[in-house]
Design a protein around this ligand. Structure first.
Ligand code: FE
Ligand code: FE
Length: 290
């Protein structure tokens, strides 16, 4: 199934697509589109401090160490529903737009996708896309779990959010890690690039090692939804391969549901549980390794 899915219709423009989603899925209390991801005036004042720590500590060596620590997936065995329950105690410090619990964010995302009539695998992707944030509950600081992601091991783009904080990253002092290609080969593909460590990469490994039947676009949405310097800013073209370019429209298709579905209205889990329980059983049944 994974290789037979066509790319979605080319988007007229990213702005048009975002406006379309916002217009089609209005929410009481929803902000204007341009008021989301406003890092100059974030709704919560810890966002700036969050990125100061994130950019300082996300070095190439740090990312490799976290991969060695977590990608063995031997920390816990949990079903998707158990992971949602577990995650529900967390509020994301990097997010300038939301104060709701993580389960509510997941349901707002998946319900927006469902309301737009997308296929069930896309709805499930919305439901699970942030489950990797359970890393926080394993004792990881938020700067090692959430926030925008970007490649390490090569020069940082100046279009990363709060780029000035990257000046404190020790990798800036290494000539190799500061070159456009760094440790990578041109066109090597994102699968061979290490991004700053966080929930996207972690969940990607949880679901693929579970042998799930989600199609390739779903796996790209999971793995790269925080990689705004790519899917929003179109940076790092020197590292991409054909597959990445093919999948970019899918990652972009996902993004507005993640971003603009955020609203103060709380979804009713009890009403939604039967539908989502069946959906999880179809694609990701039983206990997964975390
Ligand atoms: Fe996320
Ligand atoms: Fe999200």
């Amino acid at each position: 199934m994974s290789d037979t899915l066509p790319s979605p219709q080319p988007l007229r423009s990213l702005d048009d697509w975002e406006d379309e989603v916002v217009a089609r899925y209005p929410q009481p209390g929803q902000k204007a589109r341009e008021d989301y991801r406003n890092y100059d005036a974030p709704a919560r004042d810890n966002v700036r401090e969050f990125y100061r720590l994130h950019h300082q500590h996300q070095t190439y060596e740090f990312v490799l160490a976290k991969k060695r620590e977590y990608l063995t997936l031997d920390h816990r065995a949990m079903t998707v529903l158990e992971a949602m329950e577990y995650l529900n105690t967390l509020v994301d410090d990097s997010d300038p737009d939301i104060d709701l619990s993580q389960r509510e964010h997941l349901l707002q995302t998946s319900e927006a996708i469902r309301a737009d009539g997308h296929e069930d695998w896309f709805v499930l992707t919305g439901l699970i896309h942030d489950l990797g944030k359970i890393l926080c509950l394993f004792g990881e600081p938020q700067w090692a779990v959430v926030g925008d992601s970007y490649p390490v091991g090569c020069a940082f783009s100046r279009r990363i959010v709060y780029p000035e904080y990257l000046d404190a990253n020790p990798d800036r002092l290494d000539p190799l890690l500061n070159s456009p290609l760094g440790v990578y080969e041109a066109g090597c593909g994102l699968a061979n690039v290490h991004l700053s460590w966080g929930h996207d990469e972690y969940l990607y490994h949880v679901v693929t090692q579970a042998g799930c039947s989600l199609p390739a676009p779903a796996l790209y949405m999971i793995r790269y939804h925080s990689f705004y310097p790519w899917h929003r800013e179109e940076e790092y073209g020197q590292l991409l391969d054909d597959r990445d370019w093919q999948m970019l429209p899918w990652v972009r298709k996902f993004n507005p549901y993640d971003l603009y579905s955020k609203s103060p209205v709380r979804p009713n889990w009890d009403e939604l549980a039967p539908y989502y329980t069946a959906l999880i059983d179809k694609y990701l049944p039983g206990k997964l390794r975390w």
